[in-house]
Ligand binder design. Structure first.
Ligand SMILES: Nc1ncnc2c1ncn2[C@@H]1O[C@H](COP(=O)(O)OP(=O)(O)OP(=O)(O)O)[C@@H](O)[C@H]1O
Length: 216
């Protein structure tokens, strides 16, 4: 991460409406970098919408999400990971390379760049699949590649929408180990899941969306 000063993401009077229907109304919300939060709520309670608003991918109807220290934008420091990650159709390694080129890896020489990609492939358990087309990966492998790709961008806040849906026990454990390493680096994690598992157990806090209210 670029600096060591932890950030605080906060919002006041945050509201989301679709037409006249209020999805949620949140008087205040604080998320310190380094905190891991399990966001719960029944289908349709507004979890995905809240994550997208926090990550700067969607505008709220009222209020604003801010980062402290001020001057930083949520969209530049948050990464929202979809349940079904979108990947480039070329190889696993090239998925990382393309993302790396468009971010901070531009200044690295060929050898340094390859070393960084190798480290990420090892972290994600994808070294043996590095030359395989990403479209042929299994669900668990796709998730791990999406995580490795996001790590290149070095977000402070990671928002994972149903990362373990349709993963078997072993894949969940593997993902949990990867997320644990991110936690040790001091990132913030916010994740949803309809089942409690090794990934949700990493979270020391829970937020519950219920009937338009966020219970913290
Ligand atoms: N673009 C939109 N226009 C109108 N309504 C929408 C739109 N996007 C979402 N909604 C509605 O907002 C509500 C919240 O949706 P959201 O996807 O945030 O819920 P969720 O808690 O993530 O659900 P799930 O657990 O099923 O993924 C739902 O009732 C949904 O139909």
């Amino acid at each position: 991460m670029k600096t060591t000063t932890p950030m605080l993401l906060q919002a006041r009077q945050l509201q989301l409406k679709y037409r006249r229907r209020v999805i949620w109304d949140i008087p205040q919300l604080y998320w310190h970098q380094g905190e891991s939060i399990y966001l719960r709520g029944i289908n349709g309670s507004g979890k995905t919408s809240l994550m997208k608003v926090i990550a700067g991918l969607q505008s709220p109807s009222k209020g604003q999400v801010k980062l402290n220290p001020s001057g930083h934008k949520p969209a530049n420091n948050c990464c929202y990971l979809h349940q079904h990650p979108w990947l480039f159709s070329n190889s696993v390694r090239n998925n990382l390379l393309i993302t790396g080129h468009s971010h901070h890896l531009k200044g690295l020489n060929h050898q340094q760049l390859n070393r960084q990609l190798d480290d990420l492939l090892v972290w994600a358990g994808l070294m043996e699949l590095a030359e395989q087309p990403a479209r042929t990966l299994s669900g668990g492998e796709r998730q791990r590649l999406a995580l490795a790709r996001a790590r290149l961008i070095q977000p402070r806040f990671w928002l994972l929408d149903e990362p373990t849906a349709s993963l078997d026990e072993q894949s969940v454990q593997r993902l949990a180990l990867m997320l644990e390493e991110l936690q040790q680096q001091g990132v913030g994690l916010l994740l949803t899941s309809h089942q409690q598992n090794a990934v949700t157990e990493l979270c020391s806090q829970q937020w519950m969306l219920d009937n338009g209210q966020l219970h913290i």
